[in-house]
Design a protein around this ligand. Structure first.
Ligand SMILES: *[C@@H]1O[C@H](CO)[C@@H](O)[C@H](O)[C@H]1NC(C)=O
Ligand SMILES: *[C@@H]1O[C@H](CO)[C@@H](O)[C@H](O)[C@H]1NC(C)=O
Ligand SMILES: *[C@@H]1O[C@H](CO)[C@@H](O)[C@H](O)[C@H]1NC(C)=O
Ligand SMILES: *[C@@H]1O[C@H](CO)[C@@H](O)[C@H](O)[C@H]1NC(C)=O
Ligand SMILES: *[C@@H]1O[C@H](CO)[C@@H](O)[C@H](O)[C@H]1NC(C)=O
Ligand SMILES: *[C@@H]1O[C@H](CO)[C@@H](O)[C@H](O)[C@H]1NC(C)=O
Ligand SMILES: *[C@@H]1O[C@H](CO)[C@@H](O)[C@H](O)[C@H]1NC(C)=O
Ligand SMILES: *[C@@H]1O[C@H](CO)[C@@H](O)[C@H](O)[C@H]1NC(C)=O
Length: 445
């Protein structure tokens, strides 16, 4: 009953930089395969009558519903359904991680009521979410809907919404961003990584056409600030044209994908992490240390982070979403090349990029990635160019989820380093620990 489609020409282990042919190939990973595919997205309706009622009043227009972001928790994959066009009945939903069907219906999350358009206590426009290692879901709700229509409608203030999934109650805590950093007419909260250190920080890309930047949010005091750097966070004309599956589009999109590296010790024994980001319409990948973003006075000074931003070099094509695993390997798409690539961040970016899948028929616009808790990576492929050009054909497969085994987990589960000198630090075993070991040895003897 369940026919899995295997990708034809993939896992080539071909070097991304074609001038570097002498490099040894990277170890082969399991092939990506299609686990879910849809022509159009449909939902689990409270009753068949509701579906009819939504259809007849244009509150559900099937070809206007696109899946974009993906995440994992428990038994579910979470999918985001940004309300870029009219007729999108819910903006966040789940499907089972265990396949029961090749085109499962989406179940609105937390509920239908929590997805009602125009109710500012409910979700309006979710582009991406993250689920941290404590089971807290961080939802970016842009508040503005119809972003691809003639009249985008800022229904509610751009907000971060938190849900503690562990409690099982799915209560939403809504935290609007201050207007100085998020103008409701122009802000576009795009993607988020969560850093569970020192009271939880989030680093959020805002690809606003007029004020792009990284919004930093500190959960402990709910303070947020915006870090701007025109050079590394803006689209560039030479990368604004996309050509894919016979379609050409011009899409000058600012800072978009973001990823967070593992913890490392600095020279003065502090702990830091690297934040990676790129504009969608750019060939460059940029990096900045998290400690720089976490300094709340850097937000108030325009261009203050410029000296701390590193241009790591170029990719063969543009990238929408990217995701770091727990070992510091970055996964990302190369849109113009129908490619999924990876980079082991301990190796120089110029020589360390690898193609892990390439297929012009199945890899048509890689959007977002996630990991489950069993060592699998999942990718949403959504032919976004057709959506932007309003040429979605409901007689073709438009949305797919691909899966492959990597043996790793999300960066949110990366190792927590202990500052040197603090009791329990691996580098400096304490007397207490030694006594405990002696006691254990005694018990085992
Ligand atoms: C708005 O949504 C919230 C959250 O789902 C719900 O509790 C509330 O009843 C809704 N308000 C209206 C007027 O429907
Ligand atoms: C948003 O746009 C509306 C309509 O153009 C305008 O009246 C309003 O002042 C704008 N709000 C902000 C915060 O710029
Ligand atoms: C981050 O900081 C370390 C030193 O602590 C430095 O070696 C490294 O170059 C910095 N990375 C970036 C991207 O600035
Ligand atoms: C934070 O940034 C400000 C402004 O750039 C700078 O003066 C200050 O030294 C920074 N603080 C830390 C702890 O790096
Ligand atoms: C990758 O895509 C870019 C455009 O995004 C194109 O210029 C380049 O030729 C492609 N490279 C390969 C190897 O397909
Ligand atoms: C990444 O590179 C480092 C250093 O070369 C190596 O030790 C590690 O095994 C690599 N990781 C993967 C997943 O290949
Ligand atoms: C390819 O490698 C060469 C030599 O290391 C380097 O100069 C060039 O920038 C690289 N190109 C890309 C696309 O990474
Ligand atoms: C576009 O993709 C579809 C589906 O894979 C394929 O049938 C078609 O031939 C492609 N068209 C072009 C021009 O590449």
């Amino acid at each position: 009953m369940l026919s899995l489609l295997f990708l034809a020409a993939i896992a080539a282990a071909a070097a991304q930089n074609d001038t570097q042919t002498s490099r040894p190939p990277s170890p082969r990973r399991e092939q990506f395969r299609v686990i879910y595919e849809w022509n159009v997205i449909d939902f689990e309706w409270p009753s068949p009558g509701d579906r009819e009622a939504y259809l007849s009043t244009n509150r559900y227009i099937p070809q206007n519903v696109l899946i974009s972001g993906i995440n994992f928790y428990g038994e579910n994959l979470f999918l985001t359904v940004p309300r870029m066009m009219d007729g999108v009945p819910a903006t966040l939903a789940t499907i089972p991680v265990q396949q029961i069907d090749t085109a499962p219906k989406l179940k609105p999350f937390p509920s239908w009521e929590d997805n009602v358009l125009g109710n500012c206590s409910a979700l309006q426009f979710v582009q991406n979410i993250e689920i941290d290692k404590n089971g807290v879901m961080w939802i970016l709700d842009n508040g503005r809907v119809g972003t691809l229509t003639q009249k985008p409608d800022p229904k509610c203030p751009p907000s971060l919404v938190l849900i503690d999934l562990k409690s099982g109650k799915n209560e939403m805590e809504r935290i609007p961003f201050p207007p100085e950093i998020s103008n409701m007419n122009t802000t576009y909260l795009n993607d988020i990584v969560v850093d569970n250190r020192d009271g939880d920080y989030a680093y959020i890309t805002d690809n606003s056409a007029v004020d792009p930047g990284i919004i930093v949010f500190r959960r402990s005091d709910k303070k947020s600030w915006k870090v701007r750097d025109t050079k590394s966070m803006s689209s560039v004309p030479e990368a604004s044209a996309f050509r894919i599956n016979g379609t050409s589009i011009n899409l000058p999109v600012n800072i978009d994908g973001i990823a967070l590296g593992p913890q490392f010790f600095t020279a003065d024994d502090k702990i830091d992490r690297t934040v990676y980001y790129c504009p969608l319409s750019s060939y460059h990948l940029y990096a900045v240390n998290a400690s720089v973003l976490r300094n709340d006075s850097i937000g108030s000074t325009d261009g203050a982070i410029r000296p701390y931003v590193v241009d790591l070099g170029t990719k063969a094509s543009q990238t929408d979403g990217m995701k770091m695993d727990s070992t510091g390997v970055l996964f990302y798409g190369l849109i113009g090349n129908s490619t999924i690539a990876e980079w082991n961040t301990t190796v120089d970016f110029h020589v360390g990029q690898r193609t892990i899948a390439r297929d012009p028929n199945y890899i048509q616009w890689v959007d977002r990635f996630t990991f489950d808790d069993r060592g699998n990576v999942y990718v949403v492929v959504n032919r976004l160019y057709n959506f932007v050009k309003n040429q979605v054909s409901t007689s073709e497969v438009n949305y797919r989820i691909l899966k492959s085994h990597t043996g790793t987990k999300s960066y949110v589960y990366a190792e927590d380093l202990k500052p040197a000198g603090v009791p329990g630090a691996a580098a400096a075993p304490t007397l207490g620990a030694s006594l405990l070991l002696l006691a254990l040895a005694h018990l085992l003897a």
